[in-house]
Design a protein around this ligand. Structure first.
Ligand code: AMP
Length: 182
């Protein structure tokens, strides 16, 4: 899985690395944005939460991820992008994977300084990249998601890399962290 603050480049790297590994990229953010776009029941429920930069509740996310990981394409493996984001989500993931007879191989942390995250958000211009929303997303990251660094580090899974570089160089570092040549 890829871990890192909003705008660290998780999505970009996840696409490149999943392509290289030939496994599906599972982005809970993309899945939720599709629900919002299609105005499904779930989409209508999470729309405001996402627009404010808050987190969707752990129980909802557990259902989303359990069903996605049960799809046949995930049998060969997968790259998680944006899940888990809280310690309870990490515990749920462990339980889901253990039910499947699987476990996480690696957690790659993309480290990028806050001022660079703000600069990238202003360039990207997604709905939740507005400065006040980004500030909330960063606050939530530091509060709820950052504890996962210690959580996965304790389990010997965490590999931190410098995400404040050119895209191709970051991809190379991620592949290296996963034991693959670039
Ligand atoms: P992302 O594209 O990963 O930055 O996700 C966009 C938004 O979707 C987040 O700001 C949350 O509102 C919601 N979201 C995505 N993944 C999760 C998750 N694992 N737990 C809670 N909310 C999530």
């Amino acid at each position: 899985m890829l871990l890192g603050p909003p705008n660290a480049g998780k999505g970009t790297q996840a696409v490149a690395v999943a392509g290289r590994l030939q496994v599906p990229r599972i982005s809970t953010g993309d899945m939720l944005r599709e629900e919002v776009a299609s105005k499904s029941k779930l989409g209508l429920r999470v729309d405001g939460i996402m627009a404010r930069g808050e987190l969707v509740d752990d129980e909802t996310m557990a259902a989303v991820v359990r069903s996605r990981l049960g799809q046949p394409d995930a049998r060969v493996g997968f790259l998680l992008d944006g899940y888990p984001r809280t310690v309870p989500q990490a515990e749920t993931l462990e339980a889901i994977l253990s039910d499947m007879g699987e476990s996480l191989d690696a957690v790659v942390l993309l480290e990028v300084p806050d001022d660079e995250l703000v600069r990238r958000a202003l360039l990207r211009g997604r709905a939740d990249d507005r400065e006040d929303v980004l500030r909330e997303r960063l606050r939530v990251y530091h509060d709820k998601t950052k504890p996962l660094e210690g959580y996965f580090s304790k389990r010997g899974l965490l590999q931190a890399i410098d995400g404040n570089r050119e895209i191709g160089q970051v991809t190379e570092q991620v592949l290296k962290a996963l034991g693959l040549a670039a």
